[in-house]
Design a protein around this ligand. Sequence first.
Ligand code: ATP
Ligand code: MG
Length: 337
Amino acid sequence: MEGGIIVTESLTKVYRKGLRAVDGVSFTVFAGEVFGLLGPNGAGKSTTMAMLTTILRPSSGRAWVCGYEVTVSSLMVRQQIGYVSQDIAVDDSLTGWDNLVLQGHLYHLAGRELAKRVAAVLEMVDLVDRAHDLVETYSGGMRKRLDLAAGLLHRPRVLFLDEPTLGLDIQTRHRIWEYIQRLCREEGITVFLTTHYMEEADRLCDRVAIMDHGRICALDRPAALKETIMGDVITLGLAGEPADRKGELVALVERLPLVSKVSVVRDGLSLLVENGEKAIPAIMTILNSRGATVESLSLKRPTLEDVFLHYTGRELREEGGGEAFHRTARALRRARR
Ligand SMILES: Nc1ncnc2c1ncn2[C@@H]1O[C@H](COP(=O)(O)OP(=O)(O)OP(=O)(O)O)[C@@H](O)[C@H]1O
Ligand SMILES: [Mg+2]
């Protein structure tokens, strides 16, 4: 556990019926960094966080937070950390201001210091105007922002944020990123967060672990992750082609000398190529010769999305993904009850 503020060693959680939600995960988070766990629904992100925050007991393996082992010294761990869960936990029958004051008392904040912090976090999530309205009159996004504000009230050594900006609009998301970075920079707080927003991982996190099926398949700085993918990415839109023909087209382009990898994506194919400009004519010629209709074509440098595809063979859907939306809706409904 030398050198890390969070350290895990073969951390594992097996749920009933043998589901290995987290499967032998080992990593180190350094003090002062923003560390992101990036993965699709069901990857095991929340389960990992639940073990680190002492909410869930690991099935095997070990983890330390601020030098304290999470099962042996769970109380000590709790005293060092802040945690904002994926589900919204604010009280509808109170005003936004009173919710935060209540939360502050739980963290032993009081008086002028508390009032100052409450005002600061309300400003950050842009709820100053609505601070004295009952939360039951808030929109879903406003509740999520208030919930996040509550988690940012005290200054823990390590702040755990499970999907901090899920379902929020882009302006609020950017403002929250700025605030999180400021917390790290000015107050030396370490932030451990989960996300399935590519841009969040890329722009906010110092280092990112890509998680899929309970395992970490890559871990590095976003830029370094992108550099591991050499070459360019070409995306071909083939929405008009029947699904069963995609296999044939994959085999066809895979044989081209400049193409190093082909993946099937939502509406077409994603190709990893050595030299995009040179590869395009050859790709178009061969597809045209088979009568395939290419509806669109784009050439770009690899993004984290491509890194994810490379390591997992799957796409990590972002905005507009129905699943994320429905989960937010579910969380909001639960919060309203
Ligand atoms: N209490 C539980 N009992 C049984 N299985 C569970 C439980 N909680 C989670 N799981 C399962 O464990 C796996 C990992 O779930 P987890 O919530 O950790 O994923 P996640 O990466 O946080 O996903 P999301 O992006 O949807 O929040 C999933 O297959 C999930 O169905
Ligand atoms: Mg989760």
